[in-house]
Design a protein around this ligand. Structure first.
Ligand SMILES: Cc1ncc(COP(=O)(O)O)c(C=O)c1O
Length: 392
Protein backbone atom coordinates (compact mmCIF):
# COMPACT_ATOMS: atom_id res chain seq x y z
CA UNK A 1 0.00 0.00 0.00
CA UNK A 2 2.88 2.41 0.75
CA UNK A 3 4.25 2.46 -2.78
CA UNK A 4 0.72 2.37 -4.21
CA UNK A 5 0.34 5.94 -2.98
CA UNK A 6 3.24 6.95 -5.29
CA UNK A 7 0.79 6.49 -8.16
CA UNK A 8 -1.86 8.72 -6.58
CA UNK A 9 -1.56 12.11 -8.31
CA UNK A 10 -1.16 15.46 -6.58
CA UNK A 11 -3.39 18.06 -8.14
CA UNK A 12 -1.85 21.02 -9.96
CA UNK A 13 -3.50 23.08 -7.27
CA UNK A 14 -0.36 22.36 -5.18
CA UNK A 15 1.94 23.78 -7.90
CA UNK A 16 -0.39 26.74 -8.31
CA UNK A 17 -0.37 27.34 -4.55
CA UNK A 18 3.45 27.39 -4.57
CA UNK A 19 3.41 29.87 -7.46
CA UNK A 20 0.88 32.02 -5.58
CA UNK A 21 3.13 32.17 -2.49
CA UNK A 22 5.70 34.02 -4.64
CA UNK A 23 3.12 36.64 -5.66
CA UNK A 24 2.68 39.82 -3.61
CA UNK A 25 -0.96 40.92 -3.13
CA UNK A 26 -2.45 38.01 -5.11
CA UNK A 27 -6.04 37.65 -6.35
CA UNK A 28 -6.92 34.14 -5.10
CA UNK A 29 -9.24 33.03 -7.88
CA UNK A 30 -7.55 29.63 -7.84
CA UNK A 31 -9.30 28.27 -4.73
CA UNK A 32 -12.95 27.34 -4.38
CA UNK A 33 -13.22 29.03 -1.01
CA UNK A 34 -16.20 31.35 -0.62
CA UNK A 35 -15.46 34.77 0.85
CA UNK A 36 -18.60 34.78 3.08
CA UNK A 37 -18.46 34.39 6.86
CA UNK A 38 -20.07 31.33 8.47
CA UNK A 39 -23.64 31.98 9.69
CA UNK A 40 -24.06 33.10 13.30
CA UNK A 41 -26.15 29.97 13.99
CA UNK A 42 -23.09 27.83 13.33
CA UNK A 43 -20.69 30.01 15.30
CA UNK A 44 -22.99 30.37 18.34
CA UNK A 45 -23.46 26.58 18.49
CA UNK A 46 -19.68 26.03 18.44
CA UNK A 47 -19.17 28.53 21.27
CA UNK A 48 -21.93 26.89 23.30
CA UNK A 49 -20.51 23.41 22.71
CA UNK A 50 -17.16 24.58 24.01
CA UNK A 51 -18.71 26.21 27.08
CA UNK A 52 -20.64 23.01 27.77
CA UNK A 53 -17.46 20.95 27.46
CA UNK A 54 -18.49 18.93 24.42
CA UNK A 55 -14.84 18.18 23.90
CA UNK A 56 -14.79 14.39 24.31
CA UNK A 57 -14.88 11.32 22.06
CA UNK A 58 -18.06 10.79 20.06
CA UNK A 59 -19.61 7.87 18.18
CA UNK A 60 -17.77 7.38 14.86
CA UNK A 61 -20.99 7.69 12.90
CA UNK A 62 -21.78 11.11 14.42
CA UNK A 63 -23.84 12.81 17.15
CA UNK A 64 -27.36 11.22 17.05
CA UNK A 65 -29.15 14.59 16.89
CA UNK A 66 -27.01 15.61 13.91
CA UNK A 67 -27.65 12.35 12.05
CA UNK A 68 -31.36 12.79 12.62
CA UNK A 69 -31.26 16.33 11.21
CA UNK A 70 -29.20 15.20 8.22
CA UNK A 71 -31.60 12.32 7.51
CA UNK A 72 -34.52 14.80 7.57
CA UNK A 73 -32.63 17.20 5.29
CA UNK A 74 -31.92 14.47 2.72
CA UNK A 75 -35.54 13.28 2.90
CA UNK A 76 -37.16 16.72 2.66
CA UNK A 77 -34.74 18.75 0.55
CA UNK A 78 -33.29 16.04 -1.66
CA UNK A 79 -36.27 13.66 -1.75
CA UNK A 80 -34.12 10.64 -0.85
CA UNK A 81 -36.06 7.84 0.89
CA UNK A 82 -33.69 7.53 3.87
CA UNK A 83 -35.08 4.75 6.08
CA UNK A 84 -33.50 5.85 9.35
CA UNK A 85 -30.70 8.10 10.70
CA UNK A 86 -28.65 4.88 11.04
CA UNK A 87 -28.02 5.15 7.30
CA UNK A 88 -26.26 8.51 7.74
CA UNK A 89 -22.52 8.90 8.38
CA UNK A 90 -20.83 12.17 9.34
CA UNK A 91 -17.39 12.79 7.78
CA UNK A 92 -14.48 15.18 7.91
CA UNK A 93 -15.72 17.27 4.97
CA UNK A 94 -16.92 16.16 1.57
CA UNK A 95 -13.48 14.91 0.51
CA UNK A 96 -13.52 12.42 3.38
CA UNK A 97 -17.05 11.34 2.47
CA UNK A 98 -15.89 10.51 -1.07
CA UNK A 99 -12.80 8.78 0.32
CA UNK A 100 -14.78 6.54 2.69
CA UNK A 101 -17.50 5.72 0.15
CA UNK A 102 -15.03 4.85 -2.60
CA UNK A 103 -12.80 2.77 -0.34
CA UNK A 104 -15.87 0.84 0.82
CA UNK A 105 -17.07 -0.01 -2.68
CA UNK A 106 -14.15 -0.19 -5.11
CA UNK A 107 -12.21 -3.43 -5.71
CA UNK A 108 -8.77 -3.41 -7.42
CA UNK A 109 -9.19 -2.73 -11.14
CA UNK A 110 -12.81 -1.53 -10.92
CA UNK A 111 -13.55 1.24 -13.38
CA UNK A 112 -15.41 4.36 -12.27
CA UNK A 113 -16.86 6.68 -14.91
CA UNK A 114 -16.14 10.33 -14.12
CA UNK A 115 -16.77 13.59 -16.01
CA UNK A 116 -13.97 15.36 -17.89
CA UNK A 117 -13.46 18.01 -16.59
CA UNK A 118 -13.80 17.04 -12.93
CA UNK A 119 -12.46 18.27 -9.58
CA UNK A 120 -9.04 16.46 -9.49
CA UNK A 121 -9.32 14.81 -6.03
CA UNK A 122 -12.08 12.57 -7.38
CA UNK A 123 -9.71 10.89 -9.83
CA UNK A 124 -7.00 10.69 -7.15
CA UNK A 125 -9.34 9.03 -4.65
CA UNK A 126 -10.51 6.44 -7.20
CA UNK A 127 -6.83 5.57 -7.80
CA UNK A 128 -6.08 5.56 -4.06
CA UNK A 129 -8.93 3.07 -3.60
CA UNK A 130 -7.38 0.79 -6.26
CA UNK A 131 -9.83 1.74 -9.00
CA UNK A 132 -9.39 3.12 -12.50
CA UNK A 133 -10.96 6.48 -13.36
CA UNK A 134 -12.49 6.54 -16.84
CA UNK A 135 -13.22 10.12 -17.84
CA UNK A 136 -16.04 10.86 -20.28
CA UNK A 137 -16.15 14.44 -21.63
CA UNK A 138 -18.82 16.91 -20.65
CA UNK A 139 -19.84 18.73 -23.81
CA UNK A 140 -19.67 22.52 -23.79
CA UNK A 141 -22.26 22.69 -26.59
CA UNK A 142 -24.69 20.81 -24.28
CA UNK A 143 -24.19 23.34 -21.46
CA UNK A 144 -21.41 21.16 -20.05
CA UNK A 145 -23.57 18.03 -19.74
CA UNK A 146 -22.73 14.48 -20.74
CA UNK A 147 -23.91 13.08 -24.04
CA UNK A 148 -25.45 10.00 -22.39
CA UNK A 149 -24.74 7.84 -25.47
CA UNK A 150 -21.04 8.35 -24.76
CA UNK A 151 -21.55 7.04 -21.22
CA UNK A 152 -23.15 3.87 -22.59
CA UNK A 153 -20.16 3.36 -24.89
CA UNK A 154 -17.67 3.85 -22.02
CA UNK A 155 -19.16 1.02 -19.93
CA UNK A 156 -17.10 -2.19 -19.90
CA UNK A 157 -17.42 -5.42 -17.89
CA UNK A 158 -15.08 -3.78 -15.35
CA UNK A 159 -17.27 -0.71 -14.78
CA UNK A 160 -18.40 -0.67 -11.16
CA UNK A 161 -19.80 2.81 -10.71
CA UNK A 162 -20.71 6.17 -12.18
CA UNK A 163 -19.59 9.30 -10.36
CA UNK A 164 -22.00 12.15 -10.94
CA UNK A 165 -21.14 15.71 -9.93
CA UNK A 166 -24.02 18.05 -10.68
CA UNK A 167 -23.61 21.04 -10.53
CA UNK A 168 -20.13 20.26 -11.75
CA UNK A 169 -16.81 21.67 -10.59
CA UNK A 170 -15.29 23.28 -12.72
CA UNK A 171 -17.91 23.89 -15.44
CA UNK A 172 -21.09 24.54 -13.41
CA UNK A 173 -22.97 22.24 -15.80
CA UNK A 174 -26.18 20.73 -14.37
CA UNK A 175 -27.62 17.39 -15.47
CA UNK A 176 -31.33 17.57 -16.32
CA UNK A 177 -34.04 15.27 -14.96
CA UNK A 178 -34.03 13.52 -18.33
CA UNK A 179 -30.24 12.97 -18.13
CA UNK A 180 -30.56 11.56 -14.61
CA UNK A 181 -33.43 9.27 -15.58
CA UNK A 182 -31.37 7.90 -18.47
CA UNK A 183 -28.34 7.42 -16.22
CA UNK A 184 -30.54 5.73 -13.62
CA UNK A 185 -31.89 3.33 -16.25
CA UNK A 186 -28.33 2.52 -17.36
CA UNK A 187 -27.22 1.96 -13.74
CA UNK A 188 -30.12 -0.43 -13.10
CA UNK A 189 -29.67 -2.30 -16.38
CA UNK A 190 -25.87 -2.66 -16.09
CA UNK A 191 -25.93 -3.19 -12.32
CA UNK A 192 -23.77 -0.16 -11.52
CA UNK A 193 -23.39 1.87 -8.35
CA UNK A 194 -23.61 5.65 -8.41
CA UNK A 195 -21.60 8.14 -6.36
CA UNK A 196 -23.63 11.35 -6.41
CA UNK A 197 -21.43 14.28 -5.36
CA UNK A 198 -23.81 17.13 -4.59
CA UNK A 199 -21.31 19.59 -3.08
CA UNK A 200 -22.87 22.44 -5.12
CA UNK A 201 -26.54 21.52 -4.59
CA UNK A 202 -27.31 25.04 -3.29
CA UNK A 203 -25.56 26.95 -6.08
CA UNK A 204 -28.08 26.67 -8.91
CA UNK A 205 -28.84 29.69 -11.11
CA UNK A 206 -30.66 28.02 -14.00
CA UNK A 207 -32.55 24.74 -13.93
CA UNK A 208 -32.98 22.66 -10.78
CA UNK A 209 -30.90 20.42 -8.59
CA UNK A 210 -32.14 16.83 -8.51
CA UNK A 211 -30.44 14.06 -6.57
CA UNK A 212 -30.31 10.88 -8.63
CA UNK A 213 -30.84 9.06 -5.30
CA UNK A 214 -34.40 10.46 -5.27
CA UNK A 215 -35.39 8.63 -8.49
CA UNK A 216 -37.37 5.38 -8.10
CA UNK A 217 -35.22 2.45 -7.04
CA UNK A 218 -32.00 4.47 -7.11
CA UNK A 219 -31.15 5.11 -3.46
CA UNK A 220 -30.44 1.37 -3.09
CA UNK A 221 -27.54 1.71 -5.52
CA UNK A 222 -26.52 5.34 -4.94
CA UNK A 223 -24.30 6.94 -2.33
CA UNK A 224 -25.34 10.62 -2.12
CA UNK A 225 -22.42 12.75 -0.88
CA UNK A 226 -22.69 16.20 0.70
CA UNK A 227 -20.64 18.91 2.37
CA UNK A 228 -21.33 22.00 4.49
CA UNK A 229 -18.20 23.67 3.04
CA UNK A 230 -19.89 25.65 0.29
CA UNK A 231 -23.52 25.90 1.50
CA UNK A 232 -22.58 27.30 4.92
CA UNK A 233 -19.21 28.88 4.01
CA UNK A 234 -17.27 26.66 6.44
CA UNK A 235 -14.55 25.15 4.24
CA UNK A 236 -12.06 24.98 7.12
CA UNK A 237 -14.21 23.33 9.78
CA UNK A 238 -14.62 20.09 7.77
CA UNK A 239 -18.21 18.88 7.83
CA UNK A 240 -19.46 16.33 5.29
CA UNK A 241 -21.88 13.40 5.24
CA UNK A 242 -23.39 10.65 3.14
CA UNK A 243 -26.10 8.00 3.35
CA UNK A 244 -25.89 4.30 2.47
CA UNK A 245 -28.84 1.90 2.47
CA UNK A 246 -26.77 -1.29 2.06
CA UNK A 247 -25.71 -2.52 5.51
CA UNK A 248 -22.52 -4.32 4.45
CA UNK A 249 -21.24 -1.35 2.50
CA UNK A 250 -22.22 1.01 5.30
CA UNK A 251 -20.29 -1.03 7.87
CA UNK A 252 -17.21 -0.99 5.66
CA UNK A 253 -17.40 2.77 5.04
CA UNK A 254 -17.83 3.34 8.78
CA UNK A 255 -14.56 1.47 9.39
CA UNK A 256 -12.79 3.73 6.91
CA UNK A 257 -14.06 6.75 8.87
CA UNK A 258 -13.15 5.09 12.19
CA UNK A 259 -9.57 4.36 11.19
CA UNK A 260 -8.95 7.66 9.43
CA UNK A 261 -10.41 9.98 12.06
CA UNK A 262 -12.07 8.11 14.97
CA UNK A 263 -14.77 10.77 15.03
CA UNK A 264 -15.32 14.10 13.31
CA UNK A 265 -14.49 17.05 15.60
CA UNK A 266 -17.16 17.54 18.26
CA UNK A 267 -17.15 21.32 17.73
CA UNK A 268 -17.79 20.86 14.01
CA UNK A 269 -20.69 18.53 14.71
CA UNK A 270 -22.34 20.80 17.29
CA UNK A 271 -21.85 23.74 14.95
CA UNK A 272 -23.58 21.77 12.21
CA UNK A 273 -26.53 21.07 14.54
CA UNK A 274 -26.81 24.83 15.14
CA UNK A 275 -26.66 25.55 11.40
CA UNK A 276 -29.42 23.02 10.64
CA UNK A 277 -31.69 23.96 13.54
CA UNK A 278 -31.40 27.70 12.82
CA UNK A 279 -32.54 29.82 9.89
CA UNK A 280 -31.49 28.57 6.47
CA UNK A 281 -31.68 32.08 5.00
CA UNK A 282 -27.93 32.35 4.42
CA UNK A 283 -28.07 29.61 1.78
CA UNK A 284 -30.33 31.70 -0.45
CA UNK A 285 -28.45 34.91 0.36
CA UNK A 286 -25.19 33.28 -0.71
CA UNK A 287 -26.81 31.94 -3.89
CA UNK A 288 -28.16 35.36 -4.91
CA UNK A 289 -24.80 37.02 -4.29
CA UNK A 290 -22.90 34.26 -6.12
CA UNK A 291 -25.10 34.76 -9.17
CA UNK A 292 -24.26 38.49 -9.15
CA UNK A 293 -20.56 37.69 -8.87
CA UNK A 294 -20.85 35.24 -11.76
CA UNK A 295 -22.43 37.95 -13.93
CA UNK A 296 -19.91 40.56 -12.81
CA UNK A 297 -17.04 38.26 -13.75
CA UNK A 298 -18.37 37.28 -17.18
CA UNK A 299 -19.11 40.92 -18.08
CA UNK A 300 -15.59 41.79 -16.91
CA UNK A 301 -13.98 39.01 -18.97
CA UNK A 302 -15.68 40.27 -22.14
CA UNK A 303 -14.01 43.63 -21.45
CA UNK A 304 -10.62 42.43 -20.14
CA UNK A 305 -9.89 39.50 -22.45
CA UNK A 306 -11.94 39.87 -25.66
CA UNK A 307 -10.97 37.24 -28.21
CA UNK A 308 -8.62 35.64 -25.66
CA UNK A 309 -10.88 34.01 -23.02
CA UNK A 310 -14.48 33.03 -23.73
CA UNK A 311 -17.41 31.03 -22.39
CA UNK A 312 -21.06 31.20 -21.34
CA UNK A 313 -22.05 31.90 -17.72
CA UNK A 314 -22.61 28.52 -16.01
CA UNK A 315 -25.95 27.21 -14.72
CA UNK A 316 -24.53 26.41 -11.29
CA UNK A 317 -21.54 26.21 -8.88
CA UNK A 318 -19.19 29.20 -8.68
CA UNK A 319 -16.49 28.84 -11.29
CA UNK A 320 -15.75 30.28 -14.70
CA UNK A 321 -14.32 27.61 -17.00
CA UNK A 322 -13.11 29.62 -19.97
CA UNK A 323 -11.76 28.58 -23.34
CA UNK A 324 -8.34 30.02 -24.16
CA UNK A 325 -7.59 31.27 -27.66
CA UNK A 326 -4.65 28.92 -28.33
CA UNK A 327 -3.39 30.95 -31.32
CA UNK A 328 -3.08 34.01 -29.11
CA UNK A 329 -0.92 32.03 -26.63
CA UNK A 330 1.23 30.49 -29.39
CA UNK A 331 1.72 33.83 -31.21
CA UNK A 332 3.17 35.27 -28.02
CA UNK A 333 5.35 32.19 -27.46
CA UNK A 334 4.31 32.04 -23.79
CA UNK A 335 6.38 29.36 -22.00
CA UNK A 336 4.66 26.39 -20.38
CA UNK A 337 4.10 22.68 -20.80
CA UNK A 338 0.71 23.25 -22.47
CA UNK A 339 -1.53 26.11 -23.60
CA UNK A 340 -3.50 26.05 -20.33
CA UNK A 341 -0.33 25.99 -18.20
CA UNK A 342 1.25 28.78 -20.28
CA UNK A 343 -1.81 30.97 -19.87
CA UNK A 344 -2.18 30.17 -16.15
CA UNK A 345 1.45 31.08 -15.47
CA UNK A 346 1.13 34.23 -17.60
CA UNK A 347 -1.83 35.42 -15.51
CA UNK A 348 -0.25 34.43 -12.19
CA UNK A 349 3.15 36.01 -12.86
CA UNK A 350 1.98 38.94 -14.97
CA UNK A 351 -1.30 39.89 -13.30
CA UNK A 352 -1.20 38.22 -9.83
CA UNK A 353 -4.35 36.24 -10.69
CA UNK A 354 -4.62 32.70 -9.35
CA UNK A 355 -6.29 30.24 -11.77
CA UNK A 356 -6.05 26.53 -12.59
CA UNK A 357 -5.12 25.06 -16.00
CA UNK A 358 -7.92 23.05 -17.61
CA UNK A 359 -5.71 20.03 -18.23
CA UNK A 360 -5.62 19.41 -14.48
CA UNK A 361 -9.33 18.48 -14.63
CA UNK A 362 -8.87 15.89 -17.38
CA UNK A 363 -7.16 15.45 -20.76
CA UNK A 364 -10.19 16.64 -22.76
CA UNK A 365 -10.14 19.90 -20.81
CA UNK A 366 -6.75 21.15 -22.02
CA UNK A 367 -7.14 24.63 -23.51
CA UNK A 368 -9.35 25.96 -20.71
CA UNK A 369 -8.75 27.86 -17.47
CA UNK A 370 -10.74 27.78 -14.22
CA UNK A 371 -11.35 30.89 -12.16
CA UNK A 372 -13.33 30.91 -8.91
CA UNK A 373 -16.02 33.54 -8.96
CA UNK A 374 -16.91 33.06 -5.27
CA UNK A 375 -14.35 35.61 -4.12
CA UNK A 376 -15.47 39.09 -2.97
CA UNK A 377 -16.59 41.60 -5.60
CA UNK A 378 -13.60 43.73 -4.66
CA UNK A 379 -11.19 40.86 -5.35
CA UNK A 380 -12.96 39.95 -8.61
CA UNK A 381 -12.88 43.56 -9.80
CA UNK A 382 -9.21 43.85 -8.85
CA UNK A 383 -8.38 40.69 -10.79
CA UNK A 384 -10.30 41.88 -13.85
CA UNK A 385 -8.54 45.27 -13.87
CA UNK A 386 -5.18 43.57 -13.52
CA UNK A 387 -6.04 41.13 -16.34
CA UNK A 388 -7.10 43.99 -18.60
CA UNK A 389 -3.84 45.82 -17.99
CA UNK A 390 -1.82 42.68 -18.83
CA UNK A 391 -3.72 41.61 -21.93
CA UNK A 392 -4.44 44.96 -23.58
C1 LIG B 1 -16.97 18.54 -6.60
C2 LIG B 1 -16.52 18.65 -5.19
N1 LIG B 1 -16.84 17.67 -4.35
C3 LIG B 1 -16.45 17.69 -3.07
C4 LIG B 1 -15.73 18.74 -2.57
C5 LIG B 1 -15.32 18.62 -1.14
O1 LIG B 1 -15.29 19.72 -0.38
P1 LIG B 1 -14.89 19.66 1.16
O2 LIG B 1 -13.90 18.56 1.35
O3 LIG B 1 -14.34 21.01 1.46
O4 LIG B 1 -16.14 19.40 1.91
C6 LIG B 1 -15.35 19.79 -3.41
C7 LIG B 1 -14.54 20.91 -2.94
O5 LIG B 1 -14.11 21.78 -3.64
C8 LIG B 1 -15.78 19.76 -4.76
O6 LIG B 1 -15.48 20.72 -5.62
Amino acid sequence: MGTHYDSVPLSAIVKIRDLMYQVKDPFRLDQGDVSFDAPETFKAAVRKALDQNHTHYLPTTGVPRLRQLLAEKMQQTNGIPIGSPDEVQVTNGGTHAIYAAMHALIEPGDEVIIPDPEWPPTMAIVIAAGGVPVQVPLRERLGWRWDIDEIERAITPKTRALYINSPNNPTGGILTRDDLERLAAIARERNLWVFSDEAYEDMVFEGEHISIASLPGMYERTIPLYTFSKSFAVTGVRMGYYAIRDEVLRARAMKVVLYTTSNVSSLTQYGAIGALEGSQACIEEFRVELEKRRDLFYAGIADAAPGILSGEPPAGAFYAFLKINGDWVRDRKLPGESVSWAMAEHLIKGARIGCVPGVDFGPASEGYLRFCTCRSREELNGALASMKALLK
